[in-house]
Design a protein around this ligand. Structure first.
Ligand code: 3HC
Ligand code: NAI
Length: 695
């Protein structure tokens, strides 16, 4: 039975025990209804406390049940919450660990909520393409007011207990939440229960309706194309403007609309894919990650400084090394600046920032390497320099230490060969800015040992990152796919599209930034320098546009103009860039034509999917979902479309094949549909099982 019932004198304690996270699946819902009936009918019981075992007051509805798409077997969560609302005796929730989604909705329907100091609560449904469906938007708004509800529920953030208490959605914080909850329950039984959240109106009466229109306007760009965030705003507005019954009914209606939407399906696919991606094929759970107590990061540049911050934020002491005092100081001052900004924006308290900064040391000599468990190099992307750095790391770190590279493209095996411990060499590819971007693309070298892999995957979790394990090849998963996308954007320009049109198509698809605005951001000289080192097969060519842009000093944002002109940070049409593009078309003898948005979209995204299929066939990615996770968390692919592989499968793999068959004659053999893509189209899907073979 997932509900353990016991009595503590005159208080019934209902403990939910349904590992791993006490999700509110059918057995739990049934068990709760039965336990409530027992507590109601026992005259010796005057009040009840609900608690979750194992550090989780339910973490929500059972995602697997929702994902199955099948109609839920009653009692549904709404029935359980309805029973809580009509329960005759005082009810208190005792929260240890997390109370999320439907779990927090359960707590919100109690008379009071007591949480442990380290507890986190919240309504993260939006991250799954849902809105809270069991009264969460209504009760939260009635307790905390609409502004706080808009902020918390549209972001889906987990609120630390202290913040939740300040907002009014918790009633107390206690080191022993269960003991305190029993005391509260008894007191409520003595003094008469306080009104429930659903009965309170002081925070929802007289709210200025302009709050909601202003919120919608301010977030229009962020919510573009998405269903759930807007519906959350509608539901919170209803809590303030409609009669109670009607507002609760509207929330339910919006929940069902979101639940049945393709966006919900895509986001749940991603939730599942992120968790699958942590599992390493061929490495079982019996392989223990090595402890990481101290780290070193070599290279105090853009990436090294960000990576050091990741360690410090996870409370792991880290030494940042660079070749010169000047370079080191640049890195350290960038770090101080990052923490200053975090404090200014309220993301960290001054003490937290101070504590994190205290964990970062700087050095130019090798002595600090002698005490680390992992060293990550982030020096210039130069193979000879990197090999030299690996030799140095091998000489100066303890024999057990893991040596990792943040390289975006270089061969991990060649770096491993520079050391006497290839089994402890691995790639840890962070994305820029490293302290913000969630993806960590770990790269498995031929010799990387199971423990090394388990260690960097576990490290990612400790650093708050989402890891994916890639095989060793040029560009790994993400950058290998990206080469087609960038190249095709320029081919579209040659044929008649404008930078504005190309970017608008990609941005309205849901990416934060189109490919040409992105080039301007990273610098056209940088893009050209990377391209110059790449060798194309003889039947392919680069468009000369990027090289011309770099040669003419149209470097992008940093030089004030590139594909766009920049005025006060805003991008504007650049007639000179268009003239350059048109002259390239003329020189190549291409007659410019009108190109449809649909053509732009498919020509940019379908080649990504084709390369994804090759990456799967070669075992560079273990599952299609791994590629989706990489693209969503590293490259800005809209999460609510599930990632490129999922999106293509939903949209029709035969369409991908058709695009590639059209492009291959003019673009080269590599653009032919891949065998794995043709096979997937024949089978009607990627069939993830065909790749992943976890131990
Ligand atoms: N339902 C079913 N399974 C769940 C689940 C849920 N709500 N939450 C987590 N799990 C599963 C995971 O899939 C994973 O399974 P696996 O071991 O087979 O891969 C296992 O529990 C452990 O989860 P994590 O690996 O994510 O563990 P962490 O310790 O890293 O994180 C957590 C724990 C913070 C609870 C995280 O799992 C989480 O954020 N879960 C989702 C919370 C959520 O979104 N709740 C809202 C659900 S929708 C809802 O409630 C609708 C309602 O309004 C009607
Ligand atoms: P950067 O040029 O900003 O920093 C490199 C740093 O390494 C400099 O501070 C330099 O002084 C230092 N350095 C050079 N030789 C050294 C040595 N022998 N010992 C110690 N320090 C030395 O470079 P960036 O952008 O931080 O890139 C670093 C690595 O990260 C590269 O491999 C790059 O490919 C990779 N990367 C870069 C990303 C980006 O967006 N910038 C994204 C992901 C990976």
């Amino acid at each position: 039975m997932p509900i353990h019932y016991r009595s503590d004198g005159d208080v019934a304690v209902l403990q939910i025990e349904h590992p791993p996270v006490n999700a509110l699946s059918l057995e739990v819902r049934r068990g709760l209804i039965e336990a409530l009936a027992r507590a109601a009918s026992d005259p010796a019981i005057r009040a009840a406390v609900i608690i979750g075992a194992g550090g989780s007051f339910p973490a929500g509805a059972d995602i697997r049940e929702i994902a199955s798409g099948a109609a839920l077997t009653p009692p549904i969560l709404l029935d359980v919450i309805g029973r809580l609302e009509t329960f005759e005796k005082p009810l208190v929730a005792a929260i240890e660990g997390v109370a999320l989604g439907g779990g927090f909705e359960l707590a919100l329907a109690c008379h009071a909520r007591i949480a442990a100091p380290g507890a986190r609560v919240g309504l993260p449904e939006v991250k799954l393409g849902l809105i809270p469906g069991a009264g969460g938007t209504q009760r939260f708004t009635r307790l905390a007011g609409p502004q706080a509800a808009l902020e918390a529920i549209t972001s889906g953030e987990h609120l630390p207990a202290a913040r939740a208490l300040a907002l009014g959605v918790l009633d107390a914080i206690a080191a022993e939440p269960l003991a305190q909850a029993i005391i509260w329950a008894r007191r409520l039984a003595d003094e008469g229960a306080v009104p429930r959240a659903s009965e309170r109106e002081e925070r929802t009466a007289g709210v200025d309706p302009g709050l909601f229109s202003a919120w919608r306007e301010a977030h229009a760009r962020k919510y573009r194309g998405q269903l759930a965030p807007g519906r959350i705003v509608d539901a919170i507005e209803a809590a303030c403007t409609r009669p109670r019954e009607e507002a609760f009914g509207l929330e339910r209606q919006y929940f069902l609309e979101c639940r049945d939407s393709p966006q919900r399906k895509a986001l749940m696919h991603l939730f599942h894919a992120e968790r699958e991606a942590r599992k390493i094929p061929g490495v079982g759970p019996d392989v223990e990650p090595a402890p990481i107590r101290r780290a070193a990061v070599l290279g105090a540049g853009t990436m090294g400084a960000g990576i050091a911050v990741c360690f410090a934020n996870a409370a792991i002491p880290v030494t940042l090394l660079d070749a010169t005092e000047a370079a080191l100081e640049r890195g350290l001052s960038r770090i101080r600046e990052l923490y200053r900004e975090s404090v200014e924006r309220g993301r960290l308290s001054a003490q937290q920032a101070e504590a994190a900064l205290g964990l970062i040391r700087g050095a130019t000599g090798d002595a600090p390497l002698g005490e680390v468990d992992i060293a990550i190099e982030a020096v210039f992307e130069d193979p000879a320099l990197k090999r030299e750095v690996f030799e140095r790391l091998d000489r100066n770190t303890p024999p057990h230490a893991i040596l990792a590279s943040n390289t975006s493209t270089l061969d991990i095996d060649r770096l491993a060969a520079a050391t006497g411990r290839p089994q402890q060499v691995v790639g840890t590819h962070f994305f820029s800015p490293a302290h913000v971007m969630k993806l960590m693309e770990n790269v498995r070298g031929t010799a990387s040992s199971p423990q090394t892999l388990a260690t960097v995957m576990a490290l990612a979790k400790r650093l708050g990152k989402i890891p994916v394990l890639a095989g060793n090849c040029d560009g790994f998963i993400g950058n290998r796919m990206l080469q087609y996308y960038g190249a095709e954007a320029e081919r579209l320009l040659e044929e008649g599209a404008t930078p504005e049109q190309v970017d608008a198509v990609i941005e309205s698809f849901g990416f934060a930034m189109g490919p040409l605005a992105m080039r301007d951001l990273s610098g056209n000289d940088v893009g050209w320098a990377i391209r110059r080192n790449r060798i194309l097969p003889p039947d392919e060519r680069w468009s000369p546009i990027l090289e011309r842009m770099a040669a003419e000093g149209r470097l992008g944002r940093k030089s004030g103009q590139g594909f766009y002109r920049y005025e006060g940070g805003r991008r504007r049409h650049n007639p000179e860039a268009l003239a350059l593009i048109e002259s390239v078309s003329r020189e190549l003898g291409i007659e410019r034509r009108a190109i449809s948005d649909a053509e732009i979209l498919t020509r940019l995204l379908h080649p990504l999917v084709n390369e994804g299929a090759k990456i799967l066939a070669e075992g560079i990615a273990s599952r299609p979902g791994d590629i989706d996770v990489v693209y969503v968390h590293g490259y800005g692919f809209p999460a609510y479309k599930g990632g490129p592989m999922y999106w293509a499968e939903q949209d029709g793999l035969e369409k991908v094949i058709a695009t590639l068959e059209r492009l291959a004659p003019s673009h080269g053999q590599r653009w032919q549909p891949a065998a794995r893509l043709l096979e997937a189209a024949r089978r009607g899907g990627w069939d993830a099982e065909a790749n992943a073979q976890p131990a």
